[in-house]
Write a protein that binds this ligand. Sequence first.
Ligand code: SF4
Length: 358
Amino acid sequence: MRDEELKVELLCRGMKVPEQAWSYYKRSAGFPIRFGDTLVSVPSLGKYDRYSFVEASPYSITRSDGKWLLLKDGEVIREVDVAEVPGFYEKLSSDGVEMRRIFQVCGWDCVLTGVVQSCAYQRRGTQCRFCGTIYNPAYEGRLDRKTPQQLAEAAEAAVEHGIKHAVITSGVMPTPDRGARLLLEAAKAIKERVDIPLEAELAPPQDLTYLELLLEHVDSVSINIETLDQRVREYACPDKSNIPYEEYFAAYELALEALGENQVNSWLIAGLGESDEAIIEGVEELAERGVFPFLVPLRPTKGTGYESTPPPSPERLSTLALQAAEVVKDFGLKPEKNKAGCMRCSACSPVRDFLKLV
Ligand code: SF4
């Protein structure tokens, strides 16, 4: 099996992780492994009972003679790398908070934080049906809110321990900035303290002034439209779908103007109930605007509205990723030029890997 295909298999089917590996596990959403130059954030089952679809997965990981081995149906299929737990996790901020509660490693050499972990839609009971954020505060005592000072100190410590880029995100706020103001404070504090490429992940602010200000302090942005099929979007995002597509497009234009090519992306989720054609139309719509279509498979999370929906099959995701890669190539987008965040890391999406095949 080619590396790209193995990545898709792992993204769609997940992997069982035994007790011995959990001390290496650094965040709750995905277990990062690497083989060759392929990085995968694998939905995993073990310490956290988060993804029940992984129970049926034939894949597991084990450690033997100091090596990490990936198994399928109990047979070793290849050796993989698993990153060490970073040293900054045990350090304390000046107000005494363990830094693992402030920033968590995401992918290989990236850290991620929810500046505010909760969301206005969640408080109204209208959160996006795929969103696993509700799980986050329960994991490893994560903080719901981080101060700019805590974030700056933890980012600095992370860089000292080899971290190369960072993502800051927030739940959507019920204000015209929709959360951008909090990200702005965080980005300013981090950048004043340490030179680290930074991505902000956010909903498009209703008042674009906040985005304009934020763009002065970040290197790239992820403004996630999730699906361009409005029927599916209304079901998947009962409240967020009220944000008109035009507001996304205006935010993309502004961000591309400020940050330049290859610094703007949007997550597209395969498996919400849309057709293949709708996905590819969405990919084209984004790529034509200069926005990288960060196509990911649905990760049905326990406790969410999609918990009993299976992820897309590996065959479906491979076909879509290949088509998406062709579109990306046609529009001249180059994810390897991205400075920070998900597009640079790409552990959750196969599109960048499939670009090698087109
Ligand atoms: S692609 Fe984004 S969310 Fe996924 S592991 Fe990398 S930085 Fe984290």
